[in-house]
Write a protein that binds this ligand. Structure first.
Ligand code: NAG
Ligand code: NAG
Length: 321
């Protein structure tokens, strides 16, 4: 091939590529895809005496590992910042996690900051700016308080017990369980692979009686508390990518204290892995980003060092702030 011949060939080739991309722009960009997601985890206030010497707020490393295992990086979100700061952080991150704990869900700093992010997320999703939120245990309870506008929780004690889920019909058509293999769905209803560590919860009756809640969320599973009350154990936003589990998927792979009933079977591990991947994949659909790589690097939790806590808590390691 002569030099000119090659040029012509190359020109045709590029022209062709160009035409192709002109012809299918919407197909290529239909779903945003961000392969460098960053998920924010809201720090939790310390209520446990043994943890007080280390700081005012914390994140157990099990939640961080859980999110990292789905293919994301994590930033901790402190509770001491201004509303402006939180708005900036919101524009930087691709999803948010509310972890468990024991604080007032209406009057605490934790609740105050959560509400700021919740409102930002509602508005963003309404404007086509996809932004997912995940709540675990008290984090799920917090989502119900935010959506209902009041605290409807009741005693649904299920403390230190692993349970199978009583799946509803809606679970079959849920996004959360969509990619689950049949065998795992079956295990989910038969094997005790969801760890429960809670005193309060949302009674199923309350869920069905409250219009704000049942029009916002699909109820995917229920469980029975020690006092016989049926409580909502898994919920998923109908129009919003907001997800709540009353149980703890992160313990299945990242907590080992022998005094706790942490499920560690192969199915328990698979369940935890798939849910982490599911949520991070939701985060990939957000195109929020940091203004520059330096700011991103200095915000990541890699800058913090967890403390060994296996000898004084049920966690292996904890980040303190
Ligand atoms: C499962 O949930 C249904 C309602 O959806 C309820 O009637 C049934 O009692 C529950 N079963 C168990 C074992 O919790
Ligand atoms: C836990 O272990 C660390 C060493 O890894 C030690 O410094 C600390 O005092 C221990 N804490 C308790 C409460 O035993």
């Amino acid at each position: 091939m002569t030099h000119t011949g090659f040029s012509t060939f190359a020109w045709l080739f590029f022209a062709c590529c160009f035409c192709y991309s002109i012809a299918f722009p919407t197909n290529l960009n239909q779903e945003a895809s961000n392969d460098r997601p960053v998920i924010g985890i809201l720090t939790q206030m310390i209520s446990d005496e043994v943890m007080k010497p280390f700081g005012k707020t914390y994140i157990p490393s099990s939640y961080v590992k859980y999110i990292e295992s789905g293919g994301s990086r994590v930033i901790p979100i402190r509770l001491t910042l201004t509303t402006d700061d939180y708005e900036t952080i919101f524009r930087n991150i691709n999803g948010l996690v509310f972890i468990g704990g024991a604080v007032n869900l209406e009057t605490s700093d934790y609740a105050r900051v959560a509400k700021i992010f919740y409102r930002l997320a509602l508005k963003a999703n309404d404007n086509g700016d996809f932004f997912p939120i995940w709540g675990t245990c008290m984090g799920m309870q917090l989502l119900t308080v935010l959506v209902a506008g009041k605290n409807l929780l009741a005693n649904t004690m299920a403390e230190n017990i692993a349970l199978p889920l009583n799946l509803t019909n809606e679970a079959d058509s849920s996004r959360m369980f969509e990619g689950f293999p049949k065998e795992l769905m079956e295990a989910l209803t038969k094997e005790p692979i969801t760890g429960n560590f809670h005193h309060y919860g949302l009674p199923v009756k309350t869920f069905h009686a409250n219009k704000a809640l049942h029009s916002f969320f699909s109820l995917l599973s229920t469980n029975v508390a020690e006092n016989g009350v049926h409580f909502a154990s898994t919920i998923e936003g109908k129009r919003y990518p907001f997800y709540g589990v009353q149980w703890h998927p992160e313990v299945n792979r990242f907590q080992w204290d022998g005094k706790h009933n942490f499920p560690h079977s192969a199915h328990a591990v698979q369940l935890s892995s798939l849910l982490a991947q599911f949520f991070v994949n939701e985060g990939r659909r957000s195109l929020h980003q940091f203004d520059n790589p330096e700011e991103e690097a200095s915000s990541l939790i890699y800058n913090n060092t967890p403390v060994y806590a296996g000898n004084f808590t049920g966690y292996e390691q904890i980040y303190f702030f």
